[in-house]
Design a protein around this ligand. Structure first.
Ligand code: 5GP
Length: 114
């Protein structure tokens, strides 16, 4: 079940997070329950509930999130192998109703994912 949008409280700094990157379009912060040595969440400031809600006007924003992911992979020294995951809706494991990109690395990542 999707919980409340706790990421709004992280965006407003009401809830603290270990921030990895911040700009006018997005915020990136370390996951509270990391699934790999590096596990960062990249979220837009704009509220988009799920990947399935992306519209034409979001194309540039989504490209920006990917650019931030590639930059962070370099900075966090996982550029030799990393994975980007977006869980879309409950069936795929999405728990927070605010689109977010998981950036995972620092270990061998099995395929296929569960
Ligand atoms: P989802 O399951 O929706 O794809 O991913 C949500 C992610 O948000 C999970 O990996 C979870 O650990 C992370 N998360 C949930 N609440 C918080 C929080 O308050 N702070 C941080 N840093 N991460 C959170």
């Amino acid at each position: 079940m999707m919980l409340e949008n706790i990421f709004l409280k992280i965006l407003s700094k009401e809830i603290p997070a270990r921030i990895a990157h911040e700009d006018n379009l997005c915020l990136a912060f370390h996951d509270i329950n990391p699934q790999a040595p590096v596990h960062v969440l990249i979220i837009p400031r704009k509220v988009i509930r799920t990947h399935a809600d992306i519209t034409d006007s979001d194309k540039e924003l989504l490209g920006h999130l990917h650019w931030v992911a590639a930059k962070l992979a370099q900075e966090l020294q996982i550029e030799d192998g990393y994975r980007i995951v977006i869980n879309c809706l409950e069936k795929a494991g999405q728990t927070v109703p605010h689109i977010h990109m998981h950036l995972l690395g620092g270990r061998n990542l099995a395929w296929p994912p569960g």
